[in-house]
Structure formats: C-alpha cells, structure tokens
Design a protein around this ligand. Structure first.
Ligand SMILES: [Zn+2]
Length: 326
C-alpha cells in the first residue's frame, strides 16, 4: 500500500532544496562546475549535520545562475512533485539566490519561475514565498523585503524567513515583516525547529505570522500549544526533514500527532525532499505506518493545508475540486 497517487497539498518546500540531484548534476556539467564533493556514490546529496547541510545547499545553488536556469529548475521540481500526487504546493524562493537582492534582476528570475508554474498549472498549482535567508542578516533582509513587495502578484503571494534559526532573533527581522505585511503579503517564518518555544512565541509576537515553518518544539510548552490552537496558527510540519537532520530522533517520537490532538492546525510537507531522502509519498506512507493514519486523516491534513494556503479563494476552490477526486 502506498499513497503515491493520493492527491496532496504541501505548503513548505524550498525551490532549490527540491532540485532533483540529476538536474543539478547535469546543469553543473553544462557550466563546467565541479560539484562532486556534494554527491555520494549513489548520486544523492551528502552532508553531516544542519550547518553542513546549509553549505551543501548553497553549493548546489552554484549552477543556478540565470532566469532560464530557474525556469528549468521550477519545471523539474513540479514534475517531480506531481509524480507524487501533489496538486498544490508552495515554495520558498530567495531574491538572495536570484540576483543578489537586486529588484530589477529578481523580477526576471521571478517571471521565469512563474512561466514554468503557468505551464504546469493543468497538473499542479504553485505559489511562491519570497524568503529572507536568516544568516545573511537583517540588512540583507530589508533588500529581500523590497524585492518581495515590489514584485508580489498572483504567483508571489507570501513572505518568509528561513536559514539558520539560531542566528539573530525574530525581532531583528520585524522591519522586513512589517513591510511585507503592509503590502498585503501572507507571512510565515521558520521557528521551533532548532529553537525552543520562546523562538516560536517571539516569532508570533514580533513578526505576526499566519503560519510557522516546523514549530514542532512548541510541543514542550502547553501554554504555547493552547495559543497555537486558539489563534489557529498553522504549523508547516516536515517530519522526514526533522528525522534526517536529527531535530527529532525517531519517527515514533515525532510530536505531529500530539499537536494535532491538541487542536493545532498541522500540515505535512517535505521541506527539501531530495536532501532528506523523502517525497510526499514517503511522508504519507510513514505517517500511515507509524501513527496509523488513513484516508480520512490525509483528507483532513489536506483541508487544513488548503485553508491556510497563501492563495485566493478561486484557487482554493479549484484545488478542493482536485482533492475531491481522492
Ligand atoms: Zn524549511
């Protein structure tokens, strides 16, 4: 039994982090870039821990140099997602990796990604979230926010914060989040993956996000769990990522079900699937095996995800129609 063909919604992926290794390898070959150090003998990405993962991630981005490269990347990623039954996805994209935070350059990259998404829209809908790279610091974040607010449209609907969680405090990025909020963008931020409940709390208080990336460490603070449930803050939970990066030791220890039972809106995503040797099919299959989830659970997770999706009501309606085919 596998859930490969069950329709799925995922809210938390990183575009470059979803790049199939074969795609990056052949692009690197075209450009004469030697990336052999980031691949293992089986052709997968190789890294030791979270800090090393961030380095390997940035190395894998090296061959991605032009808007056309991002067009091809987006296509390759969406074909891969669709092969796992994903009908709607959101992905983090960073103006830092696409033109170094320059608005004019970023606009071309974004247009290329949007074109690829348009061409795949008969099978899968994609929305983008412009994302601060946290370890690049609050000043670079302001440039990212400027790129985001000047180019937001029906495709680029969200603003986010990713990168090394233990560098800088959430409040350091309040200026950038204020800009994006005032421009009417949807907001999410990674928190509570490596940091404790205090990080999640500060992220809610100071960045006023609608969703939290990961957020799983909130589980250790009952008051915070109650707050997440009460305020309907959706968690973008990525169990396979947590296990491979050892944020959580074993699938059996993952707090997704505890959070769900407490009434927190939880969703399931792959984060950086080929890096974490996962797919949406693998996530569903593991949840079925470890927690006994069945079709009704997955339908409920999908509904939570589409309710919290950063898209308009017409898109939600169209996605729900695709989901009902399950
Ligand atoms: Zn992430």
């Amino acid at each position: 039994m596998t859930y490969q063909h069950f329709p799925k919604v995922e809210l938390h992926t990183h575009l470059e982090g979803s790049a199939p290794p074969d795609f990056i390898r052949s692009l690197a070959r075209e450009k004469n870039i030697d990336l052999s150090r980031i691949f293992n003998d089986d052709g997968g990405y190789i890294f030791r821990d979270f800090a090393h993962f961030l380095k390997v991630y940035e190395a894998a981005c090296e061959p991605l140099q032009t808007p056309q490269d991002f067009y091809r990347l987006t296509k390759a990623v969406l074909e891969e997602f669709a092969s796992h039954g994903v009908v709607y996805a959101e992905t983090f994209v960073s103006p830092d990796f696409c033109g170094g935070g320059d608005v004019v350059k970023w606009r071309d990259y974004l247009a290329a990604m949007e074109q690829a998404a348009d061409e795949m829209s008969g099978t899968i809908t994609l929305k983008a979230i412009a994302t601060i790279i946290r370890h690049a610091g609050p000043e670079q974040a302001k440039r990212t926010a400027r790129c985001a607010v000047e180019t937001q449209n029906g495709f680029l609907t969200g603003f986010g914060l990713a990168g090394a969680e233990m560098m800088h405090r959430p409040g350091d990025f309040a200026y950038s989040f204020d800009m994006a909020r005032e421009a009417g963008m949807h907001l999410t931020a990674h928190a509570g993956e490596w940091g404790g409940p205090d990080m999640v709390q500060e992220t809610l208080d100071l960045l006023k996000v609608e969703r939290v990336g990961h957020g799983v460490n909130a589980v250790t603070d009952p008051d915070l769990v109650a707050r997440l449930a009460e305020e309907g803050i959706t968690l973008e939970v990525c169990p396979g990522s947590n296990i491979v990066l050892r944020a959580i030791d074993r699938w059996e220890d993952h707090p997704i079900q505890t959070l769900r039972e407490a009434g927190v809106p939880v969703t399931v995503s792959t984060d950086d699937p080929p890096f974490f040797h996962t797919t949406m099919t693998a996530e569903y299959d593991s949840l079925a095996r470890v927690f006994g989830y069945g079709d009704d659970d997955f339908r409920a997770l999908n509904e939570t995800a589409i309710a919290a999706a950063f898209c308009d009501d017409a898109t939600k309606k169209a996605v729900r129609a695709r989901l009902e085919k399950a």
